[in-house]
Design a binder for this molecule. Structure first.
Ligand code: NDP
Length: 302
C-alpha cells in the first residue's frame, strides 16, 4: 500500500511565510501611525549554527519591515560587559525587542542575562516574569518555538481539547512552556499533558499513549515507529546536523523522529527542515510587533 506522505505533512515553511505576510501588513499599518518596530539581536562568539540562526532572524525582520540592530561580541566578552549592553538596549526607547542568542560562552551565566532583559522587551519569553505569567494562565510574551507549535496545530485544525499530549524534552525553551500552553484552560489547550525526559522509565510505553507526540530532545531517530500510536499527530522539534557525503555541504539537518518509518503510522507530522523551525522565527516577528504595540499603548496611556 502506498502512503500519501505529502497529505500528512504539516508545512511549517508555508505557514510561516503566510504569518510573515500577515505581520508585514500589520507592521505597515503600525509604521504609518507610529514608528518602526525594532529588534536588537545580540550574539556572543562565533558558533556557526548561532550565526546562521541570527542571520535568518535578521532576514525575517527585513521581510516584515521590522528594523533590526545586529550586535556581534567576541567570545571573550565578560558577563559584566554583556549585562551593560543589555542595560543600554533596555534603556533605548527605539528598541522594542531584545534577543540574546543562546547558548552563551561558559564565563557568562545565561540566567543572569535572561533576567536582566526588560520583561517588556523579552520577545523570546524566557524571563521568569513572562514564564510566570504563562504558568498563571495569563500569558504575555510566550517562547517562540512552543507558540509556533500551537499556531501550527491551530492552523491545521488539530484538536487538543481532551487529547493526550506527550512532550519528550523539558527545556525552558521548548518542553516546559509547551506543556503549559497545551494544558492551559481554553485557547488551544485543554490537553492532558505528560512531560518525558532522560530519566523517564520505559519511554516507549509513555509515547505510545500520545494522540499528540512532540519530540524536543536533540538526538536523531530517538523516536522510532514502535513508540508512536497509530493515527497520532507528531511534532518534531529536533534540529540535528548529521554528516552526509551525498549532500552538497557534506551534512544535512534531521529531526528527532525516524521520519520514513513514523510517517507510515501517523495522521499528521512536521518535517525537518520545513516544520517547526520557520515557525519559531515567524513567532519572533509577531512578538516584536506586539512589543512595539504595547510600548506605544503605554505611551498613549501616560
Ligand atoms: P535541551 O538539550 O535543553 O533539552 C533536551 C531534553 O531532552 C532534556 O529535557 C533531556 O532530558 C531530554 N532527553 C535527552 N535525551 C533523552 C532521551 N534519550 N530520552 C528522553 N529524553 C531525553 O534541548 P532544547 O529543548 O533546547 O532543544 C531540543 C531540540 O530542539 C534540539 O535539537 C534543538 O536544536 C531543537 N530546537 C529547535 C528549535 C526550532 O526552532 N526548530 C528551537 C529550539 C530547539 P533531561 O532534562 O533529563 O536532560
Amino acid at each position: 500500500m502506498t502512503i500519501n506522505v505529502e497529505g500528512k505533512l504539516i508545512n511549517g515553511k508555508e505557514t510561516a511565510a503566510a504569518i510573515l505576510r500577515e505581520v508585514a501588513q500589520d507592521v505597515e499599518r503600525f509604521v504609518k501611525e507610529y514608528e518602526q518596530p525594532r529588534l536588537a539581536v545580540v550574539i556572543v562568539g562565533d558558533d556557526p549554527a548561532s550565526h546562521s540562526y541570527v542571520h535568518s532572524k535578521v532576514k525575517a525582520c527585513e521581510r516584515c519591515g521590522i528594523g533590526s540592530i545586529h550586535i556581534e561580541l567576541p567570545a571573550s566578552t565578560s558577563e559584566e560587559e554583556l549585562l551593560e549592553r543589555v542595560d543600554g538596549l533596555n534603556g533605548d526607547s527605539s528598541v522594542h525587542g531584545i534577543l540574546v542568542q543562546l547558548p552563551l560562552p561558559p564565563q557568562i551565566d545565561q540566567q543572569h542575562i535572561i533576567e536582566r532583559i526588560s520583561p517588556d522587551k523579552d520577545v523570546d519569553g524566557f524571563h521568569p516574569y513572562n514564564m510566570g505569567r504563562l504558568a498563571a494562565d495569563k500569558p504575555r510574551f510566550v517562547p517562540c518555538t512552543p507558540q509556533g507549535i500551537i499556531e501550527l496545530l491551530d492552523r491545521y485544525d488539530v484538536e487538543t481539547a481532551g487529547k493526550r499530549a506527550v512532550i519528550v524534552g523539558r527545556s525552558i525553551i521548548v518542553g516546559k512552556p509547551l506543556a503549559l500552553l497545551l494544558s492551559m484552560k481554553g485557547g488551544h489547550g485543554n490537553a492532558t499533558v505528560t512531560i518525558a525526559h532522560s530519566k523517564t522509565v520505559d519511554l516507549a510505553a509513555v509515547t505510545r499513549e500520545a494522540d499528540i507526540l512532540v519530540a524536543a530532545v536533540g538526538q536523531p531517530k530517538v523516536i522510532t515507529a514502535d513508540m508512536v500510536m497509530e493515527g497520532a499527530v507528531v511534532i518534531d522539534v529536533g534540529t540535528n546536523r548529521i554528516t552526509d557525503p551525498s549532500a552538497k555541504k557534506g551534512y544535512r539537518w534531521v529531526g528527532d523522529v525516524d521520519f520514513d518509518a513514523v510517517v507510515q503510522k501517523v495522521s499528521r507530522i512536521t518535517p525537518v527542515p520545513g516544520g517547526v523551525g520557520p515557525m519559531t522565527i515567524a513567532m519572533l516577528m509577531k512578538n516584536t510587533l506586539t512589543a512595539a504595540q504595547w510600548a506605544q499603548r503605554a505611551i498613549d496611556e501616560q
